[in-house]
Design a binder for this molecule. Structure first.
Ligand code: TYD
Length: 199
């Protein structure tokens, strides 16, 4: 089973992945937790470039293609082998992030994103979209650490990202489970995820 976690900055994906991994392990499952960008050695280096705000790209295509180099290596070296070994894979961000950030946020052409999506045929069985207001998400992200390239983007950018995520969830309700995390404790969100997972 391949599950992904999506959401804007500050939505709490990392914490929820850890909690779900612990829950599944307590049920005897073998679980691999991973993330994009940065799930491989090469991906780790790519991640530095992608997130460093002081190193602007001369073209937004460079950014998009780097996310795909990261993804191709990550799927081949980490995700696919774990799935073939019967493990549960929990991944922090995947293709839906590209649709939300590069198509929605950056406004890159849909046909190009669709073509790249086709290059990686793997799709998650289940995706948890953790949703909260952009204002609250950015506030949480700002309290966390130094801001990365994306966290420096405008409120309008992050609003487009959030709206694109919500559109995606509407288009694919069977795969993408929308969970509002605003005014909900970490434990409440974790419980909701476990309930959605049961069927
Ligand atoms: P990260 O620190 O992992 O963000 P977070 O902790 O919020 O998950 O940084 C990843 C950033 O990269 C995040 O702002 C979203 C962005 N991103 C894209 O723009 N496109 C993509 O395809 C992926 C995977 C991430």
């Amino acid at each position: 089973m391949f599950m992904t976690f999506e959401g804007i900055e500050g939505s709490g994906k990392t914490t929820q992945i850890q909690l779900l991994a612990r829950f599944l392990r307590s049920k005897g499952r073998e679980v691999v937790t991973t993330k994009e960008p940065g799930g491989t050695l090469l991906g780790h280096a790519i991640r530095q470039w992608l997130l460093t705000p002081t190193e602007p790209f001369s073209s937004q295509y460079s950014e998009l293609l780097l996310f795909y180099v990261d993804r191709l290596e990550h799927v081949a070296k980490v995700v696919q082998p774990a799935l073939e070994a019967g493990k549960v894979v929990l991944c922090d961000r995947f293709i839906d992030s590209t649709i939300a950030y590069q198509k929605g946020g950056r406004g890159m052409p849909e046909t190009l994103i669709d073509t790249l999506t086709w290059v990686v045929p793997l799709r998650p069985n289940l995706t948890f979209l953790l949703d909260l207001s952009v204002e609250e998400g950015l506030k949480r992200a700002k309290n966390r650490a130094e801001l990365d390239r994306f966290e420096h983007e405008s409120l309008a950018f992050h609003t487009r990202v959030r709206n694109t995520y919500l559109d995606q969830a509407q288009k694919e309700p069977d795969r993408i489970k929308l969970i509002s995390v605003e005014n909900r404790s970490i434990e409440e969100v974790a419980e909701k995820i476990q309930t959605l997972l049961k069927p």
